[in-house]
Design a protein around this ligand. Structure first.
Ligand code: GUN
Ligand code: ZN
Length: 435
């Protein structure tokens, strides 16, 4: 019975190294006529079609001649409950949270509402070619159950957690240091490591967490060190001033988290715009990861991300791209790469197409300490794959006729492409979406 054997043929692209360190040409591997052999949801072999066709045996072949196969995209920071409030007009971070976010998130006390939004969100992730994400739920444990149930049904590799917030929010959205700890622990026991699901301890950000709550979050992480820890940092200047007034004893924003033990491997910090040199150094040295959220940062007027410092070859840190929906304006990682390029340009940094695609695939996987499982097309990797239609609109098709090489083609895709470019998505080797 060959039911678990599958093969995908077509041009494919993957990364064999970090282009920020080795250069784009060395890091990027393009196979113009590739063959990817999949067994039991895992890539068994990948390479040139002619060289590998002898291994085909009983594999059933899906052939995508006029497309580009990529590792499924990875979104390292997104809020599924905010799917229903993308594009809320006219505010910067703190007002936006109070006026829109904290109103919307109250609806997730209703498990039925959470289940339907979670399912819609995951469908939209697949439509955008995203197969893994680090996801914020709401303060309600049922919002986490709903999300993991939906993700588990689709066999997606997903990271998520219950938001911890015990102050500076409506009473209906707050927990306490103790209840937040207890609820999170129960969720870790229920979900962490179940199939492809992982738990992230999720203190929302320093202004919505008391010192006792950050202490409890750190104690929980110490008890379950294989779990993730995700939060926001240095997104907005007013937020910075607020953190300074709430935590006057700490030297800087990161120091608030570091003081409690909330930095290190599998810590994921969203935004990281307004950082001091000491914070960059600590992030890199502790093995923490940063999520750059370009569409969100421009939508909320938060500021410009410093690519040069983040990926300084002398001290590079683990960096991934992220949509940050609903402050982000799209779930498409192509759109997010295009926005990252434009943000870079404003700071006189021209993000190359190879680096942008890296930050949405292998780089993001490295940020999440998952580079041995996802983010590349190579033997042993879980077969989460995206098939891109490189001619998804008449204008893109016309423009593509004038592309001379793969890097130009990638740049046109990230500048003009969106979810219409998703031709097919495979999750653990199974076709999960196609047009
Ligand atoms: N900081 C704290 N919470 C949030 C949130 O939901 N979105 C964004 N963009 N920043 C935050
Ligand atoms: Zn966020």
């Amino acid at each position: 019975d060959n039911a678990s054997l599958k093969a995908i043929r077509g041009p494919y692209l993957t990364f064999v190294d970090d282009p920020f360190l080795t250069g784009d040409t060395t890091a990027l591997h393009y196979e113009p006529d590739g063959l990817i052999l999949i067994e039991n949801g895992v890539i068994a072999a990948a390479g040139d079609f002619q060289a590998n066709r002898g291994q085909l045996r009983g594999h059933e072949v899906d052939h995508y001649a006029d497309a580009l196969i990529l590792p499924g995209f990875i979104d390292t920071h997104v809020h599924y409950p905010q799917t229903q409030m993308i594009g809320a007009y006219g505010k910067q971070l703190i007002d936006w949270l109070n006026q829109y976010t904290f109103v919307t998130e109250q609806q997730f006390a209703d498990a039925g509402h959470a289940a339907s939004v979670a399912d819609f969100f995951l469908g939209e992730c697949l439509r955008a070619g995203t197969t893994t994400a680090a996801v914020y739920c709401t303060v309600h444990p049922q919002s986490v159950d709903a999300f993991f149930e939906a993700a588990g049904r689709r066999r997606l590799r997903m990271i998520a957690g219950k938001v911890l917030m015990d102050r500076n929010a409506p009473a209906a959205l707050t927990d306490t240091a103790q209840s937040g700890y207890d609820d999170s622990e129960a969720l870790i026991r229920r979900w962490h490591g179940r199939g492809r699901l992982s738990y992230a301890i999720t203190p929302r950000f320093a202004p919505s967490c008391s010192p006792q709550q950050l202490e409890a979050a750190a104690a929980l992480w110490k008890r379950y060190p294989e779990a993730y820890m995700q939060t926001h940092i240095a997104e907005n200047k007013h937020e910075l001033a607020w953190v300074k007034s709430l935590y006057p004893g700490q030297r800087n924003y990161l120091d608030v988290y570091a003081h409690y033990g909330l930095t290190g491997p599998r810590a994921i910090f969203g935004h990281a715009i307004h950082l001091e040199e000491a914070e960059w150094r600590h992030l890199a040295e502790s093995g923490s990861a940063v999520s750059h959220c370009p569409t969100s940062n421009s939508f909320l007027g938060s500021g410009l991300f410093d690519f040069s410092r983040a990926k300084d070859p002398a001290q590079p840190l683990r960096l991934g791209l992220a949509t940050d929906v609903g402050a982000g304006t799209s779930l498409s990682m192509l759109q997010t790469m295009g926005a990252a390029y434009k943000i870079g340009q404003l700071g006189h940094y021209s993000l190359s197409p190879a680096k942008a695609f890296y930050l949405a695939t292998r780089g993001a996987a490295q940020a999440l300490y998952l580079e041995d499982r996802i983010g590349s097309i190579a033997p042993g990797m879980e077969a989460d794959l995206l098939v891109l239609d490189l001619k998804s609109t008449p204008l893109i098709a016309f423009r593509m006729e004038h592309c001379q090489n793969i890097e130009e083609a990638l740049f046109v895709q990230m500048t003009m492409g969106d979810d219409r470019a998703t031709k097919a998505v495979y999750v653990a080797g199974e076709l999960a979406y196609s047009t």
